[in-house]
Write a protein that binds this ligand. Structure first.
Ligand code: GLN
Length: 295
């Protein structure tokens, strides 16, 4: 072997692995998020908390662990979301199982749950979640609205399988999950107090501005709407709600802030009352609520 072919490799300690990951991931994620991703990796591989990571920093990693870390690093550099790698996403204080058939739950949707929980203090509410995906909204509401009766629909059998597993794991097993296409579904009249939905709302023309991790890995069916009819899900859910909501019942939508104004017009034209827009923490008009009239 010639002198130049020799490689001097540092001892593969936890600390060295963390430094390597930080070096590779920071250009992609930025400093703060790279650190969060590194913590998630060690939590996933070793079950370690942030403190465990510090306590164990001088431990030498096995060959198996080094190989696992390399695999994960490669997948991340390929823009795969960390939540699909660990198959877990944190939402409203709970760990949800996720896979590429469902969207990764977003922090803004936690704000939607906060809004609903704050405004609905009664017991025994009947709730519908239209387009449930991983089940995160249905499960968070079922666990936070006392004695509620939650129905969740989705067109995708793959999503429903994930949602049912989450409901079982997170002790929300009373939720009724139905495989239904909202465009063909006719629920019983006057059967819900609340209808909530975070339907697909990203315009096709917004693709160019989106991150590769979303575009390459998350399901198009859960994200995109045609520019020719960006409010199609809201219109249909609104029409269903005119019958399926009890008089005085409420709708809560997550919306695309760029269509906030058209959304208020749409809901007004359909005959809803008390239409309000609510800002998310980034001060974008991300949610809309309204009521079916009492008569
Ligand atoms: N907030 C999501 C995003 O911007 C979109 C969710 C949706 O279409 N319902 O990626």
């Amino acid at each position: 072997m010639t002198e130049t072919m020799k490689t001097s490799k540092a001892t593969p300690t936890v600390n060295a692995a963390v430094r390597e990951l930080r070096h590779r991931l920071t250009p992609l994620y930025g400093r703060g998020e790279a650190e969060a991703v590194i913590r998630l990796i060690f939590q996933y591989l070793k079950g370690w908390s942030t403190v465990d990571l510090i306590i164990n920093e001088n431990r030498v990693l096995s060959e198996y662990m080094q190989q696992k870390l390399q695999e994960i690093e490669n997948r991340l550099l390929n823009h795969e979301p960390i939540q699909y790698i660990t198959e877990m996403a944190y939402f409203y204080g709970m760990d949800f199982h996720v896979a590429p058939g469902v969207l990764v739950p977003r922090p803004e949707t936690e704000e939607l749950i906060d809004l609903i929980v704050k405004e609905n203090k009664g017991n025994d509410l009947r709730v519908l979640d239209a387009g449930t995906g991983s089940g995160c909204i249905a499960i968070a509401l079922s666990r936070n609205l006392p004695f509620s009766e939650v129905t969740a629909i989705d067109i995708s059998p793959e999503a429903l399988e994930i949602a049912r597993k989450n409901a079982a794991d997170l002790h929300a097993s009373s939720i009724r999950f139905l495989e239904e296409d909202i465009f063909n579904w006719r629920p019983e009249a006057d059967s819900f107090d609340i209808i909530v939905s975070n339907p697909p709302y990203v315009d096709e023309s917004e693709r160019a501005d989106m991150e590769p991790n979303v575009l390459k890995y998350e399901p198009d069916i859960a994200l995109f709407v045609p520019d020719s009819d960006p409010l199609r899900y809201y219109r249909r859910i609104g029409e269903v709600a005119l019958k399926a909501l009890k008089p005085g019942g409420r709708i809560y939508f997550e919306i695309n802030p760029r269509h906030a104004k058209e959304m208020t017009v749409l809901m007004k034209d359909l005959g809803f009352e008390n239409i309000r827009l609510h800002a998310d923490i980034h001060c974008r008009q991300r949610f809309l609520s309204c009521c079916r009239s009492k008569e």
